[in-house]
Design a protein around this ligand. Structure first.
Ligand code: GLN
Length: 197
């Protein structure tokens, strides 16, 4: 079974490890370069993207992660992890860096203060039944490049449809937290992608 690492300098690492364990893969936290080396696939968890960047810079690992992702390491980004994979951010802090790789523009904390956190059923192009999604200070996707496939949108009241899940080759990202709750379809989809590549 594939070896899948979870970026573990910040974020909801444990929830992803539990989900991966349940699906029978070799799952481990990644805090060092040699752990990153071992990865056939990587998960960038939810958390706080600004803190992730600070810590990964402090540990001297920014370029290692960015390089592997840009070389085609299959990577799933959830919430803050989606921000880390986005080529462009709106409402980031001044000069906020990302690893990039996904040709998308995300808006941080996009859903607004009134609806900071919410849950809803989201239709996916790749699944027969909707995914029950938990959004926590979530980003949404405002622009996608030609190679990006939109996997899911939500209808935001007074705003309209907003993209909340995308894929570009081996990179998959969701605005919400598939690691929260017991629906493992997104993790399974990602593991299949890792196995195929
Ligand atoms: N708002 C957070 C950020 O900007 C993301 C929130 C989350 O991952 N739940 O990184």
């Amino acid at each position: 079974s594939p070896s899948i690492g979870v970026f573990a300098l910040q974020g909801d690492v444990r929830e992803h490890l539990v989900a991966l364990d349940a699906l029978g893969v070799d799952a481990f936290p990644v805090r060092r370069a040699d752990e990153l080396e071992r990865c056939d696939g990587l998960i960038m968890p939810g958390g706080e993207s600004t803190t992730m960047v600070k810590l990964v810079r402090a540990f001297g690992l920014f370029d290692d992660f960015a390089k592997r992702i840009h070389e085609g390491l299959p990577t799933l980004g959830t919430c803050a992890g989606m921000i880390m994979l986005a080529d462009r951010i709106r409402d980031g802090i001044e000069g906020q860096e990302t690893f990039g790789g996904l040709d998308i523009t995300v808006r941080r904390n996009a859903f607004g203060r009134q609806v900071d956190s919410f849950e809803g059923d989201v239709d996916f192009t790749i699944f027969d039944d909707p995914v029950h999604a938990v959004f926590i200070r979530a980003p949404w996707v405002e622009e996608v490049g030609p190679d990006v496939e939109v996997l899911a949108r939500v209808d935001v009241p007074d705003v309209g449809d907003r993209i909340v899940a995308v894929q570009q080759g081996p990179l998959v990202a969701t605005s919400f937290h598939p690691e929260v709750g017991d629906d493992l379809r997104i993790h399974r989809y990602f593991i299949d992608l890792v196995t195929q590549s």
